[in-house]
Design a protein around this ligand. Structure first.
Ligand code: ACK
Length: 794
């Protein structure tokens, strides 16, 4: 039965609803029967099944309707086959159907064969070749069923005359498409249906710009749950930010055509800045280093950018960036030379101190480097001096360090005594290595005498039940000829202490208790004094029973060493006795004794009080050197002493060597007592040999003018020196001076000597700021009585 009233109704519906393809930006139509102007070319099987009724509406728009309504005939199998639909890049298509469907109950007299559904199929195709499509049949495997479509509750109600018609809209999706195109097929099995509009479309995420990242239009994924990951492309002169994600910015396109989950972004490249979503070149004079910086910055100090799009600014002449400087910091220069370099020589050490350079070069990483040259000749031309210099070598120690010094001071030690050195202090910063010539501040110094350094290694060569043979290496810094070694040893149990002297770096210690432990310490002595004691080492004698087993040769070697040492020492001792002429009392006090052929002395070498001499003139003869007055040249009077004037002058030591000296004179008409008291200071001074005690050169007693000649101290007495230069010393220099005085006093106390008049006026200061104790006119031998007391004058 053809349902003619249906046709009227459907036309009316089309006109009323105006269902023309107004799609969203997220949808792309591949087919829309409401907008296609040309003939659709759809085919019906059999010919009396689906029929097309096309009209043009009031707005000249086509309304194409396909209808079938063979509800009264049984076994209906009517097919409507669409034209070829090109899929393009879409993997999933949506089919939107707008249709009306009469319910069977509304058709009077319809048999039970009346249906209220129709079926939707599709056929994959590789191109628009209608002949390649098989005849529609549910048994044909190429016809793949999409769904059975029924009218649902959500239809639109339209009043048509005396009846209400319902317009259904149903959407079905066809996913995971792989062929280039497809055909749609509608199967009617006995319903009264009118297809008002068929639209085939796919969802897409429209092209989008997120910041500087551009995302292309992207069809949604192959199924309703798929997300399509899309890499973004960075705008010109921009690049992906950071290392993540590896492919740069990324977004996901959902099945609904919405962009989701943005990851990463693009940033303007170095030399470009982001202005309104575009990367524009930095102007000349401006730069942008990093990709993540927003805007170009003006060039930093001492740099310029002559071109646009500069990633960094070029340093001006004479200015640099250190290799680890970031490119956006100002350019800097090397520092100027250190200022006010001061040196303070103390024995074989020198303390250098300076003020920081005036110009630090605009940096904060200032440090200092010290270079050391040892020079033979400091008197000739600069070239002569330079020629005579050579690097100091590895033995010299720098505290805290020679390079990379942060403080403006360094202590240089382990220099050789009586040697010229030239030091250069260079201020260094991070760009010093980039600039050629460096500004340095030089200083020349001459070390003075110093005691030998510590003995480091002592070993036991042999031991018997009553003798231990020790040997050691000479000190690393002898600082002069070693006169003797002093071996101090103590029986561990009793604490009894003794001292043995030895000329060689080996000694046999006899007369020990069998099976006993002894602690040994050794120190060296030169004319500059004794060095520090070594660390204590412990060795034991053999027990009586062990000794019986020990070879005779051990004893033999012991005796041999003792014999050699004794021969050497006796020689010295006799010489020194001849020279010294000790008083009997003093000899007793020294308790020098020969034991088993060894010279053994208890305690330190002590000072001999000239007042204990029956004839004090003999003491002067014994201790002080007589100088020929013709070798002395008096230049000027520098002060007044207790017994006469004090002058400065020169002393000729040899044909080539002349030194500055101070000369104390005894005024004419002095009594014999005054003469003796005047010269007693020389007898005392002559016994001392220490860098912090004023050194006696000698005396003139055989001429009319009696003189005491000492080393010359350029800066005079400490009290006047401090007053003159008040506030000009650093704490370090003052501490250095104090240390010298303390060292001198320690030496005197070790000699068993009390000065009794230690005061700043009795300390003399050298040109190198070395302080030396002087004025021994009032000095006395240490009274060993415990109740002894001394008063000093201020
Ligand atoms: O303070 P001054 O310049 O240093 O004045 C006194 C003055 O002589 C009387 O003692 C100076 N004087 C003493 N001994 C020496 C010396 N060895 N070298 C330089 N000046 C000395 C002292």
């Amino acid at each position: 039965m053809q349902c003619n009233h249906c046709c009227v109704v459907l036309l009316t519906l089309g006109a009323l609803l105006g269902v023309h393809g107004a799609t969203s930006p997220h949808e792309v139509d591949l087919l829309n029967t409401m907008t296609m102007k040309k003939d659709l070319g759809w085919r019906s099987y059999p010919a009396n099944g689906w029929e097309e009724i096309s009209e043009i509406d009031d707005h000249n728009r086509p309304i194409r309707t396909f209808q079938v309504c063979n509800v009264l005939a049984p076994a209906q199998n009517n097919w409507l086959l669409s034209g070829y639909i090109e899929r393009g890049s879409a993997r999933r298509l949506l089919v939107e159907l707008k249709f009306t469907l009469r319910d069977c109950a509304s058709i009077p007299g319809t048999p039970g064969t009346c249906k209220e559904t129709f079926n939707l199929y599709y056929v994959d195709a590789d191109g628009p070749d209608d002949d390649a499509v098989p005849l529609p049949s549910p048994n044909e495997p190429r016809f793949r069923k999409i769904d059975t479509v029924a009218a649902d509750e959500s239809f639109t109600q339209v009043d048509v005359g005396d009846r209400v018609l319902k317009l259904n809209t149903e959407v079905r999706d066809v996913g995971s498409l792989s062929h280039p195109g497809l055909y749609l097929a509608f199967q009617d099995v006995g319903a009264c249906v009118a297809l008002v509009a068929v639209r085939v479309f796919y969802k897409r995420c429209p092209a989008e710009a997120r910041g500087l990242a551009r995302f292309p239009e992207t069809p949604s994924g192959p199924d309703a749950s798929a997300l399509v990951g899309v890499p973004g492309k960075c705008a010109p002169h921009s690049q992906p930010e950071g290392p993540e994600p590896p492919g740069g910015p990324r977004m996901y396109c959902s099945a609904d055509g919405e962009w989701l989950v943005p990851i990463g972004k693009c940033v303007c490249a170095a030399g470009y800045e982001d202005i309104g979503g575009e990367c524009r070149a930095c102007r000349p004079g401006f730069f942008k280093v990093f990709n993540d910086e927003a805007t170009c910055k003006r060039c930093t100090a001492h740099s310029h950018a002559p071109h646009s799009a500069s990633a960094r600014c070029i340093c001006e002449r004479g200015h640099y960036r250190a290799s680890n400087d970031p490119p956006d910091v100002p350019c800097t220069r090397p520092p100027s030379a250190p200022r006010n370099l001061l040196s303070l020589v103390n024995g074989t050490s020198v303390w250098l101190e300076w003020a920081p350079p005036k110009d630090k070069g605009g940096r904060v990483d200032l440090s200092y480097s010290i270079s050391c040259l040892r020079c033979d000749d400091m008197s000739g031309t600069l070239l002569d001096v330079q020629r005579s210099c050579r690097p100091c070598g590895a033995g010299v120690r720098y505290w805290p360090t020679a390079n990379g010094l942060r403080e403006a001071a360094v202590l240089i030690s382990r220099l050789t005594a009586h040697t010229n050195y030239s030091f250069k202090v260079q201020a260094v910063n991070g760009v010093s290595s980039k600039a050629g010539l460096q500004a340095v501040t030089p200083v020349n110094i001459t070390t003075n005498q110093a005691a030998p350094s510590k003995i480091l290694k002592i070993k036991r060569e042999l031991n018997t039940k009553d003798c231990i043979v020790l040997a050691w290496l000479p000190p690393l810094q002898p600082n002069g000829e070693i006169l003797e070694y002093e071996v101090k040893y103590m029986e561990k149990l009793s604490g009894n202490e003794s001292v043995i002297l030895s000329r060689a770096a080996r000694v046999a210690v006899p007369g020990l208790q069998p099976g006993s432990a002894y602690l040994f310490q050794v120190r060296a002595r030169t004319t500059a004094g004794s060095g520090p004691y070594s660390h204590q080492v412990e060795f034991s004698t053999l027990s009586a029973s062990d000794a019986e087993l020990s070879p005779v040769s051990v004893v033999g070697v012991c005796i041999a060493i003792i014999t050699i040492s004794v021969v050497l020492f006796i020689g010295c001792f006799i010489l020194s006795r001849r020279h010294c002429g000790y008083s009997k009392a003093k000899q007793d006090e020294e308790k020098l004794q020969f034991q088993n052929g060894q010279v053994k002395a208890h305690g330190m070498k002590t000072y001999v009080d000239p007042h204990t001499y029956e004839d004090p003139a003999q003491a002067v003869k014994d201790f002080a050197k007589e100088i020929n007055p013709s070798s002395i040249k008096i230049e000027k009077v520098i002060g007044a002493g207790e017994f006469g004037e004090v002058c400065s002058g020169h002393l000729k030591l040899s044909r080539r060597r002349e030194i500055n000296v101070a000369i104390k004179t005894l005024k004419g008409g002095s009594t014999e007592r005054q003469r003796s008291d005047f010269l007693s200071e020389a007898s005392i001074m002559a016994q001392f040999d220490n860098p912090n005690i004023i050194h006696l050169e000698g005396v003139v007693t055989k001429s009319k003018l009696v003189m005491i000649v000492t080393e010359y101290m350029e800066n005079g007495s400490l009290d006047s020196f401090l007053r003159k230069r008040d506030g000009q010393f650093t704490v370090i220099q003052l501490v250095g001076m104090l240390r010298g005085i303390a060292a001198g006093m320690t030496y005197l106390s070790e000699m068993g000597f009390v000065h009794r008049d230690l005061a700043a006026r009795n300390i003399l200061v050298s040109s190198g700021l070395v302080c030396k104790v002087s004025d021994f006119g009032l000095s006395r031998v240490l009274d060993r009585r415990p109740e002894a007391a001394y008063t000093t004058l201020v």
